[in-house]
Ligand binder design. Structure first.
Ligand SMILES: [Zn+2]
Length: 77
């Protein structure tokens, strides 16, 4: 097994306002989802078509390719 998982070793640190880049495209063609709420269930909004939906954490985590966060500087201060 040569595949190394960078994400998925520990529980993902997904926070509201993060952008999730998914492994699979949404039917509208967009790959990124905006996180409205994170908890047991994630509330996501597709950045392509604007559709919102709830997804259980354990179901969505394996489909996440990358987490983008716009404001990392706020935390280091
Ligand atoms: Zn979409």
């Amino acid at each position: 097994m040569l595949v190394i998982y960078i994400l998925g070793v520990t529980e993902m640190d997904v926070r509201p306002a993060d952008i999730l880049v998914m492994k699979k495209n949404h039917p509208c063609g967009s790959k990124s989802m905006y996180v409205i709420r994170a908890g047991m269930d994630f509330k996501l909004r597709c950045t392509g078509c604007g559709r919102e939906f709830m997804v259980p954490r354990n179901k969505i985590e394996r489909h996440i390719k990358q987490i983008c966060r716009d404001t990392p500087e706020n935390e280091k201060k």
